[in-house]
Design a protein around this ligand. Structure first.
Ligand code: CP
Ligand code: NVA
Length: 354
């Protein structure tokens, strides 16, 4: 049972990147997400921790899981949510991040923001202050650099699968090793104490400052980190093989990326390189995934680059995506439980907590 005091320590705080919270605080969020999930599964509902709260959800990039988690999770917790699409608001074109944050804080109790630069994310939180000087929490729904709400869901999924989060578990992220997902997995893994291997070509390996943050936490947690361009070495010990799109939102350089990352596709041969193949090996993907040609983007890429995009997926093959080791859809459901935990901990009425 998560202690009320541990949750109370998170009240009123923003969650912009993983290191905003301590490793113990991140683990509290994972455990609270597990409890909310169990409560929902057992009784069909959760306490209305967010009664009388208004949440603004500002998405500068598209989203399925994150938006639904905040909207449906918010509704289940008793909140009112308002979705703002930048193309239909003043944000970005006629109004700055800082002015937007002040306006939002005057009308609502918290802000979810999916944007581009981490600097904008930090600016949103720095300026989320109302006219009485009250600061409201800001939750990062993904930036170019970090995807912190995804981490609570991913580590909940790992905990459910292996019964623990410790250095008996090794995660290998294979693909674009300097995107938001690779950064977040490297740092969160180091904070919570699993081993993390980033498997990527040299030009797509994590930035030195990100590696530095992860190494500092790894020294405390006992996690082992490896950055390598060698797929066989990178997945040899892996219990979790993680893939993500080769080109993230906001990027457009498919030709170059497909060329660079073709050897980093997660396929059955890559799974077989793990000593845990067929036993203690799962695959994860934050989704959406290009694992077949049933999307317009994958179809167009296949037509444009037939030598680089075959019929069997881009970053992950259809066989792996649909294999017995795949946990992507559990992970996707866990997004909602995780985001509900983040909202409850930072904004919820804890008098409703046992
Ligand atoms: N994984 C994730 O963030 O999904 P969406 O882009 O659909 O929100
Ligand atoms: N790296 C991906 C993650 C999507 C959830 C992107 O930023 O597009």
């Amino acid at each position: 049972m998560v202690s009320k005091a541990a949750v109370a320590a998170l009240q009123g705080r923003s969650y912009l990147k993983e290191v905003d919270f301590s490793p113990t605080e991140l683990k509290t969020l994972v455990d609270l997400a597990a409890e909310l999930k169990a409560t929902k599964k057992a009784s069909g509902k959760v306490p209305k921790y967010l009664h009388d709260k208004n949440l603004i959800l500002l998405f500068a990039k598209t989203s399925t899981r994150t938006r639904l988690s905040f909207e449906i999770g918010g509704d289940e917790l008793g909140a009112n949510t308002v979705y703002i699409d930048p193309s239909a608001s003043q944000f970005g074109q006629k109004e700055s991040v800082a002015d937007t944050a002040h306006v939002f804080a005057g009308m609502a109790d918290a802000i979810e923001y999916r944007g581009y630069s981490q600097d904008d994310m930090e600016s949103m939180a720095a300026n989320a202050v109302n006219n009485e000087g009250h600061r409201i929490p800001v939750w990062n729904g993904l930036s170019d650099q970090w995807h912190p709400t995804q981490m609570i869901a991913d580590f909940l999924t790992i905990q459910e699968e292996f019964g623990k989060i410790d250095n008996q578990v090794t995660l290998a992220f294979v693909g674009d090793g300097r995107n938001n997902m690779a950064n977040s997995l490297l740092v969160t893994g180091a904070m919570l104490g699993i081993n993390v291997n980033i498997v990527a070509p040299k030009s797509l390996q994590p930035a030195p400052d990100v590696v530095g943050i992860a190494e500092r936490y790894a020294r405390m947690s006992g996690s082992k980190l490896q950055i390598t361009d060698d797929v066989a070495a990178g997945v040899a010990d892996a219990n979790v093989i993680y893939s993500d799109v080769f080109v993230s939102m906001g990027e457009h350089n498919w030709a170059e990326r497909l060329q660079l990352l073709k050897p980093y596709q997660v396929n059955q041969e890559v799974l077989k390189l793990s000593k845990h193949y067929g036993k203690d090996l799962i695959t994860l993907h934050c989704l959406p995934a290009f694992h077949d040609l049933k999307t317009t983007v994958a179809q167009e890429l296949h037509e444009k680059y037939p030598d680089l995009v075959g019929t069997d997926g881009i970053e992950v093959t259809n066989q792996v995506f649909n294999g017995p080791q795949a946990r992507h859809f559990v992970e996707a459901e866990n997004r909602k439980h995780a985001i509900m935990a983040i909202m409850v901990a930072t904004l919820g009425d804890l008098s409703l907590m046992a």
